[in-house]
Write a protein that binds this ligand. Structure first.
Ligand code: NAD
Length: 465
C-alpha cells in the first residue's frame, strides 16, 4: 500500500491511513474547504490537471488498458473537464440556501435549507475508466466543500501511481489524498468511520463495501454494473440502431458500465439487423482484435464464449495470453449460459431473438434491475411501456450511452445496479447534507402556544396547526 500523503516529508516518513485521515479531518475542521473560493480553486485545479497532463494520462491509460491517445482523452479526461467546468459555472447558485414556506401555525418565522459539506469522503474507483471514475465523483465532493480520499483501482497501476503523484501537485494536498492499494487497503479506509463513501465497481464488491460502511453508519453511493439490455423493436431504423450499438460496444473494448450487454431483437427484423450490425463492427473496428485489460479478464471472456452455445456470426476468438479479443456476436446463446447471466464487460455481444415487445420487457423484468436500458423504436407506445414497466437506472431511446454527457441528468443505478447518483448538481447533492433551519422571532410569544391548554386554546390550535 502506498499513501499519497499531504506532504512529501510526511509521505517519506511513512504515514499510514489513520494519520492521513487525521490530517484531512483537521483541514475540514479548520473550515477552509467550506469557502466558495477554495471550492472554485480546487475545481479549476482539476481542470488544469486533466488538460496540462493529458499526455501523461494518455501514456498511463495506454500502459494499463492498451488505449490510444484519442480514446484516453475521450473516455477519461474530457468528461472530467466538462463536469468540473459545469460545476464551476453553477456552484454559486447550487450553494445558495433555499427558502421554504412556513405554515401559519409556526409563524412568525423563517425557514430554509442549506447545503452542508459532509466532512472527509472516500471515493473508490474501478479499473475500466480509472481516471474518470475517481475524478468525476471528486468534482461533486469538492463542489460540496468536502475533503476527500481517492482510492484508484490496483488493476490499473500506472494510472493509480500517476494520480498519486499528480493530484497533490494540482489540488490542496492537505485536503485531498490519494491512497493506493487493493481490497485490504480499501477495507482499512472504510474502517476509519468516514463521512461518505462513493464506490464505483461490481455489485458483488459493492455488497462488501456497503457492509463495511454500515459498521460506522457511513452513508454510501454505489455506482454498480450489471447487464444493460438493448431492445430492438420491429419498427426500429435498423441501420441507425446497428451503427449506434456497434459504436457504444466498441468503446473501451466493451469494458464500460453503460455498454450494451446483450440485445433483444424482434424476430421479424433479426436477420437484416444482424447483417447491419456485423457490417458496422467491421467499419468501426478495422483491427482484427481489441485490447482486454489482462489475461484474467480475457480468460473469463473466453470461457463465456466457449460455453455460450448458439450461433457465432462474427469473431469468436479471445486470446487469453495476448489479452486481446475479436468482436464476437453470438445469436441465440443457450438461455442458461453464463453469457446471458454474468455481466460481459468486453467485446462479446449476444443477440436474443424475441417475438414482441412484451417478450422483451418480460425478459428484462426477470433479471436484476439494469443500470441502463436502451430501446430502438419509433413508436411512443413502446417507449411508454419500456419506461413504465422496467425498473432501471437510466433509459436512452434510439441511442446508447449519450445520457452520461447530459450534466442535468442524474447518473446512477437502482437496486442491483446501484444506489444514489451523481453528475452535475446531483453530485453536489450527493456529497452535501441538506440542513433544515428554522429561525423564530422573539418579538411575539403568545400565551396560546403554552400550557395549560384550555378549551379555547385547544380549538384555536386545532385550526392553526
Ligand atoms: P471491482 O468491484 O472489482 O473493484 C472496484 C474497486 O473496489 C477497486 O478499487 C478495488 O480495489 C476495490 N475492492 C475490490 N474488492 C474489495 C473489497 N472486498 N472491499 C473493498 N474494496 C474492494 O470492480 P472493477 O472490476 O474494477 O470494475 C468493473 C465493475 O464496475 C463492473 O461491474 C462495471 O459495470 C462496474 N462499473 C460501474 C460503473 C458505474 O458508473 N455504474 C462504472 C464503471 C464500472
Amino acid at each position: 500500500m502506498a499513501v499519497s500523503a499531504p506532504r512529501d516529508s510526511e509521505r517519506s516518513a511513512g504515514r499510514g491511513i489513520p494519520d492521513t485521515v487525521a490530517q484531512l479531518r483537521a483541514t475540514f475542521r479548520s473550515g477552509r474547504s467550506r469557502a466558495v473560493d477554495w471550492r472554485l480553486d480546487q475545481l479549476r485545479g482539476l481542470v488544469r490537471l486533466v488538460v496540462e497532463r493529458e499526455a501523461d494520462f494518455a501514456a498511463a491509460l495506454g500502459k494499463d488498458l492498451g488505449r490510444d491517445a484519442f480514446n484516453a482523452w475521450l473516455a477519461d479526461l474530457a468528461p472530467v473537464r466538462a463536469e468540473a467546468k459545469f460545476a464551476i459555472r453553477h456552484l454559486p447558485s447550487w450553494m445558495t440556501p433555499k427558502r421554504v414556506r412556513v405554515p401559519v401555525g409556526v409563524q412568525p418565522a423563517r425557514g430554509w435549507y442549506q447545503y452542508d459539506p459532509l466532512g472527509v469522503v472516500l471515493i473508490i474507483g474501478p479499473w475500466n475508466l480509472p481516471v474518470h471514475l475517481v475524478l468525476a465523483p471528486l468534482v461533486g465532493a469538492l463542489a460540496a466543500g468536502n475533503c476527500a480520499i481517492l482510492k484508484p483501482s490496483e488493476q490499473t497501476p500506472a494510472c493509480s501511481a500517476l494520480l498519486a503523484d499528480l493530484v497533490p501537485q494540482y489540488l490542496d494536498p492537505e485536503a485531498i489524498a490519494v491512497v493506493e492499494g487493493a481490497a485490504d487497503t480499501t477495507q482499512k479506509l472504510l474502517d476509519q468511520a468516514l463521512d461518505h463513501c462513493c464506490f464505483t465497481g461490481s455489485p458483488e464488491v459493492g455488497k462488501a463495501v456497503m457492509a463495511a460502511a454500515a459498521k460506522h453508519l457511513t452513508p454510501v453511493t454505489l455506482e454498480l454494473g450489471g447487464k444493460s439490455p438493448v431492445i430492438v423493436a420491429d419498427d426500429a431504423k435498423l441501420d441507425v440502431a446497428a451503427r449506434r450499438i456497434a459504436f457504444a460496444k466498441q468503446l473501451n473494448s466493451g469494458q464500460t458500465c453503460t455498454a450494451p450487454d446483450y440485445l433483444l431483437v424482434d424476430r421479424r427484423v433479426r436477420d437484416p439487423f444482424v447483417a447491419a450490425l456485423t457490417k458496422a463492427f467491421q467499419d468501426f473496428v478495422p483491427e482484427a482484435t481489441m485490447p482486454i485489460i489482462n489475461s484474467r479478464q480475457a480468460g473469463r471472456l473466453a470461457r463465456l464464449v466457449k460455453h455460450a452455445g448458439g450461433r457465432t456470426v462474427q469473431g469468436g476468438t479471445i486470446d487469453t495470453d495476448a489479452h486481446r479479443g475479436e468482436v464476437t456476436v453470438i445469436v441465440d446463446p443457450d438461455p442458461d449460459s453464463d453469457v446471458l447471466r454474468e455481466e460481459i464487460f468486453g467485446p462479446v455481444l449476444p443477440v436474443v431473438t424475441v417475438d414482441s415487445i412484451d417478450d422483451a420487457i418480460a425478459h428484462v423484468q426477470q433479471g436484476p434491475k439494469p443500470l441502463a436500458v436502451y430501446l430502438f423504436s419509433e413508436d411512443r407506445a413502446n417507449e411508454r411501456r419500456v419506461l413504465d414497466e422496467i425498473s432501471n437506472g437510466s433509459t436512452v431511446i434510439n441511442h446508447l450511452t449519450y445520457h452520461v454527457l447530459v450534466n442535468d441528468l442524474p447518473f446512477g443505478g437502482v437496486g442491483n445496479s446501484g444506489t444514489g447518483s451523481y453528475h452535475g448538481k446531483w453530485g453536489f447533492e450527493t456529497f452535501s447534507h441538506r440542513k433544515a433551519v428554522l429561525r423564530k422571532s422573539t418579538w411575539l410569544d403568545p400565551a396560546l402556544t403554552y400550557p395549560p391548554f384550555n378549551r379555547v386554546k385547544q380549538q384555536l390550535l386545532r385550526i392553526l396547526i
